[in-house]
Design a protein around this ligand. Structure first.
Ligand code: RB5
Length: 142
């Protein structure tokens, strides 16, 4: 499974940690940057990762900025993107089951590395439940 990663300078270090964690688990990674701690603008990375999901280049995306807020706001401007900012594993599980979220957003200045990896693992291993939730997703996209 291919996962697209994107982060600004606030999320750069956590992106690198997630990247090596997922590579060790056998995931294919599409790293859309940023590639250093130099200050950059988070919307650019949200756009690149969103596009890679919408073109089926990657199945899921993970976006990281300082809070996870700006980068998720940007991603959710794209029709078909459902970016969920998660601060715990319950949110990650439920957003996959109920919202069929296709992007996980994380706040590197809010969520510690160990918890962030648990959130990532939960997000990537939980399936959409469909049923009544599909109708609600259709309403979002309508
Ligand atoms: C960058 O300083 C910071 O504003 C950004 O990472 C993010 O938290 C925005 O929502």
């Amino acid at each position: 499974m291919k996962i697209a990663l994107g982060a600004d300078h606030g999320g750069f270090e956590l992106k690198e940690i997630i990247k090596s964690h997922l590579e060790k688990k056998g995931f294919e990674i599409l790293d859309k940057g940023t590639y250093s701690s130099e200050s950059v603008d988070y919307p650019n990375f949200a756009k690149e990762v969103s596009k890679s999901i919408l073109t089926n280049e990657a199945k899921y995306g993970i976006l990281i900025c300082g809070t996870g807020i700006g980068i998720s706001i940007t991603a959710n401007r794209f029709r078909g993107i459902r970016a969920a900012l998660c601060g715990n594993t319950t949110m990650a599980k439920l957003t996959r089951e109920h919202n069929d979220a296709n992007i996980l957003a994380l706040g590197a200045r809010i969520t510690g590395d160990v918890l962030a990896l648990d959130i990532v693992d939960t997000f990537l291993s939980t399936d959409f439940e469909g049923g009544r939730h599909q109708k609600r997703i259709d309403l979002i996209e309508d």
